[in-house]
Structure formats: structure tokens, C-alpha cells
Write a protein that binds this ligand. Structure first.
Ligand SMILES: Nc1ncnc2c1ncn2[C@@H]1O[C@H](COP(=O)(O)OP(=O)(O)OP(=O)(O)O)[C@@H](O)[C@H]1O
Ligand SMILES: [Mg+2]
Length: 166
């Protein structure tokens, strides 16, 4: 696993800003797993990631839709998929929404509740844990980044510098 690191977010807006820094560095085929309990901030972080990547539209919680497709503002052929796996109960479910194809496709994929589809995830992936900070669980989150594979090792090195040099 590549050098993991954590950062404390002080507010939803801060979480979004952290997401923007990550989103700016993403490219096709990147797979981002967002792990954390209900209300941890996965969708807020996704909002920032999509914004930084260049999405035309705002992010909404996909819980009832499973998948939201975002198109790049400068090149609508470029897509970012925001997938909520919370209500997926089997691999067959995942197959039926086309998740396997997405994970093997050329676009950026962000997954909430990735634990639900663990067996389908590629070995190389970025993994982000969001946890309430004991010191102020109402508004602070500890956001921990780790990655498997060379691509994410490089990405995380750059992201760490960007997030800690402010
Ligand atoms: N530092 C923070 N970062 C992100 N969200 C925060 C923070 N502090 C408080 N919050 C609140 O936590 C909630 C996070 O909601 P969000 O929809 O992003 O969670 P989620 O992890 O996507 O949950 P779900 O599993 O239900 O989809 C919001 O109500 C937000 O206002
Ligand atoms: Mg959510």
C-alpha cells in the first residue's frame, strides 16, 4: 500500500475543497472508493471531486438512482460515474447496473459503500476513509487516503503536498 495519510476536515465546505484538489488530478480509469458510515461526508467529498475534475453539473446523492453520470465541461465525451452501492445486495445486482463494465472502462468511477462490491473492485484503486473526529463529531471529519498500485502512489504524493502546503 502506498504511503497513507490523513487530513482533518473542519466543515462540509472544507471536505468539498479537499475533494476539488483530488478531482483536479484525476484521469480516465481512476477508481475512487469512499468508505464511511451514513452521513460521513462521502457525497460532499464527491461534490468536490466532481467539481475539481470539471463536471458540468452539481453532485446529488445517488442513493435512489445508483449511478449518476457527469460529463466534462470541456469535453462531454469524458465521463465521471458516481455510484452508490449501499443498496446493492449481490454481485448479480452489481452486474445488472453495469458496474463491472464501468470498473473496467475508460472513465473515472467514484464509489460510495465500496465494501458492498469488494469482490468486483480492481486491485489498483484509491481508498478514502471518512470518520467523525472525536473532538468534534458534528463538524469535523478525519479523511484518510491510501492507494494500491503505482498510479495512486504518485497521485497521493502530489495530493499530500497540495493539501498540506496551504
Ligand atoms: N467536515 C464535514 N465534512 C463533510 N460533511 C460534514 C462535515 N461536518 C458535518 N458534515 C455533515 O455530515 C453530512 C454528510 O452528508 P453526506 O451526504 O456527504 O454523507 P454520506 O457519507 O454521503 O452519507 P450516505 O452514506 O448516507 O450517502 C452532512 O449533513 C454534512 O453537513
Ligand atoms: Mg452519500
Amino acid at each position: 500500500m502506498s504511503n497513507p495519510f490523513s487530513i482533518v476536515s473542519e466543515s462540509p465546505e472544507h471536505t468539498r475543497a479537499i475533494g476539488v484538489e483530488l478531482g483536479r488530478r484525476l484521469r480516465g480509469r481512476d477508481v475512487i472508493c469512499l468508505s464511511g458510515d451514513l452521513g460521513a461526508g462521502k457525497t460532499w467529498l464527491t461534490g468536490g471531486i466532481a467539481q475539481g475534475w470539471g463536471a458540468q453539473e452539481a453532485v446529488h446523492s445517488p442513493t435512489f438512482v445508483f449511478i449518476h453520470i457527469h460529463h466534462h465541461i470541456n469535453d462531454p465525451r469524458k465521463q465521471l460515474y458516481h455510484v452508490d452501492c449501499y443498496r446493492l445486495t449481490s454481485e448479480a445486482d452489481a452486474e445488472s447496473i453495469g458496474l463491472v463494465d464501468l470498473l473496467n472502462g475508460d472513465d473515472v468511477v467514484i464509489l460510495e459503500w465500496p465494501e458492498r462490491v469488494m469482490d468486483l473492485l480492481p486491485a489498483d484503486r484509491l481508498w478514502i476513509d471518512l470518520d467523525p473526529d472525536d473532538r468534534d463529531p458534528d463538524s469535523r471529519r478525519v479523511i484518510s487516503f491510501s492507494g494500491m498500485g503505482k498510479r495512486y502512489e504518485t497521485l497521493l504524493m502530489e495530493l499530500r503536498v497540495a493539501l498540506t502546503s496551504r
